[in-house]
Design a protein around this ligand. Structure first.
Ligand code: NAP
Length: 260
């Protein structure tokens, strides 16, 4: 498949590790110049070097907290007119909603709803004027199938999904698409640290817990971040302009339904 992405520019948020990194790597392989962000500058620089070495693409590191105005300004200064925007940030912590105060909710909404909306607002009109734009939001399988202990994630991401569902229909005629990628369990640092915490609580090993997680999936395994990156490239491809406002679940078939 010729993705037609060679020479495009992408801003990939929260991309020193995990799913964001995988999206940046996969886009760079297509000849996209990528700007990546994360809060920890050294790790971000290391990832930039790795992507550059693996792909030969132009890679710019823009350190900062993407959930803050300063972090977004730094990202947009490094990549002012992206053709591709991949929205991503860390997920809110698990817990019992009785323990969450207003500030906890505002933080979750800022990270997983208002930050992607602010970035979309900053770039979407430029994309429309240039008649090419691909916006991919990394959300979660929990948007379709809520995870009770991740109430703030369920809520904030569902809010984003509702908003972009409407906006996607307003910008599609300019060849700007907005779609969401919904990860189930993917083998990233986040999954490993969640598994480590759960294993300690349950007095079990991380390996046993991960194996159990894998067996809960019809695919019999957890996802490889590289697969996620390739799905991102597919949604960004020049020939994907008719895929509008969709929620693509990557969960090995765990969500059980005849139709999405
Ligand atoms: P990860 O392996 O922990 O990587 C997170 C990346 O985001 C790191 O590069 C981190 O770097 C960066 N980051 C976090 N907060 C940031 C911020 N405020 N500003 C800028 N960069 C930030 O996580 P992941 O597994 O790839 O998860 C990515 C997203 O997908 C999360 O929202 C997660 O909840 C969601 N998700 C993941 C899975 C899964 O199985 N992996 C499943 C469902 C949903 P710094 O810490 O240095 O900033």
């Amino acid at each position: 498949m010729d993705t037609g992405l060679h020479g495009k520019r992408a801003l990939v948020c929260a991309a020193s590790k995990g799913l964001g990194r995988a999206c940046a790597m996969a886009l760079a392989r297509e000849g996209v110049a990528v700007t990546i962000t994360a809060r920890t500058a050294e790790a971000l620089q290391r990832t930039a070097d790795e992507i550059r070495a693996a792909t030969g693409a132009t890679v710019t590191a823009a350190p900062g907290d993407i959930t803050t105005e300063d972090g977004r300004a730094a990202a947009l200064a490094a990549c002012p007119d992206p053709d591709i925007l991949v929205n991503n940030a860390g997920g809110p912590p698990p817990g019992d909603f009785r323990d969450w105060e207003r500030d906890d909710w505002i933080k979750a909404l800022d990270a997983n709803m208002l930050t992607p909306i602010a970035l979309i607002r900053a770039v979407v009109d430029g994309m429309a004027a240039r008649r090419f734009g691909r916006i991919v939001n990394i959300t979660s399988a929990s948007v379709k199938s809520p995870i009770p202990t991740l109430g703030m994630s369920n809520g904030a991401r569902a809010g984003l999904t509702g908003f972009v569902g409407g906006l996607a229909r307003q910008v599609a005629r300019h060849n700007v698409t907005i779609n969401n990628l919904l990860p189930g369990p993917f083998l990233t640092d986040r999954l490993l640290s969640n598994a480590a915490a759960a294993a300690e609580k349950a007095g079990r090993t991380v390996d046993a817990l991960l194996e159990e997680r894998a067996q809960q999936s019809p695919a019999g395994r957890v996802g490889d971040p590289a697969e996620f990156g390739d799905a991102c490239v597919f949604l960004c491809a020049a020939s994907s302009g008719f895929i509008v406002g969709q929620n693509l679940l990557l969960d090995g078939g765990a969500f059980n339904a005849t139709m999405g």
